[in-house]
Design a protein around this ligand. Structure first.
Ligand code: HXC
Length: 313
């Protein structure tokens, strides 16, 4: 069932603000990223979403295209973000079919629960490769087009005066908040997210003079995601909801609106920042070791391993 407009976008934005813009998004078939892209498409952009599963990625692309009559949305599945050549081929197709790339969302990520002792070296490396190397590859493959897009906006070529910066040459890395404190069974993901944050900050400094902006969106617990189901025991849901400062979990729309802000004219002077969209969840979860849940799970207190909740083969 496609989301209704109010499920992925607030009424704060004018239709057409992203007309003629193209967004390239890894992890684009996932719950959060597909809502981010859908909001941009609704507001005029065309899009290319990248995923690991051909059927799912193409289906989500078609679904996103219903957000606006005439929208062009390409879904490219079977892309392993760990392989630069895979991404470069996808970028080539995006540019050929949609004419360029103005915005990038680096959203592909790997995640499962495992204690430090349970993690194999290869398991740790897999998440680092998907998250950190994957984000780097996404940046590297799209950078020529981001630079080209930014250069159209940064300077009036005759007067050399800065123009009101348009919307182009912008990248958002999707990160998290778990590494601010540490979280049990998420050491691999925490290290990876810290790396992504460092990458974004470096891009902002290194490519600011070329007109690029680079920011991180750090979602907190988002109600509709598998990640939340994985991390939170279902019997703790009600108590955990009540413990949130705003009394609710995040919604994908919260992340989509933040994305629109950072890519819009309104966000043109914001770069090298992390926009934490979590309803102050991470500040509230000062217990740290409980990672925001209300208590340590029993198996940790009893010294057992993480139960196999994520279907490891
Ligand atoms: C322990 C596991 C495991 C598990 C896989 N591995 N699942 N170890 N517990 N549940 C180990 C494998 O045994 C193997 O190590 C290594 O990881 C690589 O596994 P592969 O099967 O070869 O698959 P690979 O393609 O490398 O990818 C593995 C994967 C990926 C990272 C698990 O399939 C994946 O990301 N799946 C979930 C996607 C997802 O949910 N994305 C949303 C992210 S949400 P050995 O030693 O056996 O070879 C997000 C939010 C973060 O990022 C914030 C949260 C609060």
């Amino acid at each position: 069932m496609p989301l209704s407009k109010t499920e992925y976008l607030s009424d704060s934005w004018k239709d057409g603000i992203f007309a003629n813009k193209v967004v390239f998004c890894t992890g684009g078939a996932g719950t959060i990223c597909s809502a981010q892209v859908r909001a941009l498409v609704h507001l005029g952009a065309n899009a290319c979403i990248i995923g690991r599963n051909v059927e799912k990625t193409e289906r989500v692309a078609q679904d996103i295209a219903t957000a606006r009559p005439g929208a062009k949305v390409i879904g490219i599945g079977s892309v392993d973000v760990r392989k630069l050549e895979n991404l470069q081929q996808a970028v080539e197709r995006c540019v050929k079919e949609l004419g360029g790339i103005d915005f990038v969302i680096a959203g592909a990520a790997g995640n499962f629960l495992a204690s430090i002792e349970q993690l194999s070296v290869n398991a740790f490396k897999s998440v680092m490769d998907i998250d950190v190397l994957g984000s780097y590859n996404t940046l590297k493959a799209t950078l020529p087009y981001l630079k080209e897009s930014a250069s159209k906006h940064i300077m009036d070529s005759k007067t050399l005066q800065p123009l009101p910066i348009g919307t182009g040459g912008r990248i958002i890395f999707v990160s998290a908040t778990i590494h601010y404190r540490g979280m049990p069974f998420q050491s691999h993901v925490s290290v990876a997210k810290a790396g992504i944050d460092a990458l974004s900050n470096s891009v902002a400094i290194e490519y600011g003079p070329r007109g690029l902006t680079s920011n991180i969106i750090a979602p907190g617990p988002i109600a509709q995601t598998e990640g939340l189901e994985r991390l939170l025991p279902s019997d703790a849901l009600e108590a955990y909801t009540k413990a949130q400062p705003l009394g609710r979990f995040g919604h994908v729309r919260d992340i989509a609106d933040a994305t629109v802000y950072l890519f819009s004219d309104t966000g043109s002077y914001v770069t090298g920042q992390t926009l934490v969209v979590d309803g102050a969840n991470w500040r509230m979860s000062a217990g740290g070791a409980s990672g925001g849940s209300l208590s340590y799970p029993d198996f940790l207190l009893s010294g057992d391993d993480v139960p196999n909740v994520t279907g490891k083969k």
